[in-house]
Unconditional design. Structure first.
Length: 133
């Protein structure tokens, strides 16, 4: 009777040892993962900071170009009539190599330029579209 008791005690000890190693492995894996995540997050933060630094000049250039566009739009938004705009482009575009391609359309070197008018005289919006032929 002592021998079966000894075998069962040894078996329980082996199972306890195996469970202990398994639990230790799980704890170790959980302890390493957060530190890896911290390292990855720190690397991502450094990467974003580097990108911010490198792109600062581009952002300043874009802001300057937006200011120029806003200035040009303000200068172009005047009280003008449709006939005045048409007369201007009818006189100017041929000097730049464009030939008439119908009403409010001009052609040059495989491209077609169209003017689209929206609104009334005095509050006129002119759209320009350039497309290949």
């Amino acid at each position: 009777m002592a021998r079966p008791q000894l075998i069962s005690t040894a078996l329980v000890a082996l199972v306890a040892l195996a469970v202990g190693f398994l639990l230790a492995g799980q704890v170790k894996a959980q302890l390493l993962t957060p530190s890896n995540q911290v390292a990855r997050n720190q690397a991502l933060v450094r990467s974003v900071q580097d990108l911010e630094t490198r792109n600062e000049g581009d952002r300043q250039q874009i802001a300057a170009l937006r200011d120029q566009i806003n200035t040009l739009e303000a200068q172009a938004a005047g009280k003008v009539s449709r006939s005045a705009v048409q007369s201007f482009y009818d006189a100017t575009l041929p000097q730049l190599g464009w030939t008439s391609a119908g009403a409010n359309a001009w052609r040059r070197e495989g491209e077609l330029l169209r003017l689209d008018f929206h609104g009334q005289d005095g509050a006129l919006t002119v759209g320009f579209s350039l497309s290949p032929l």
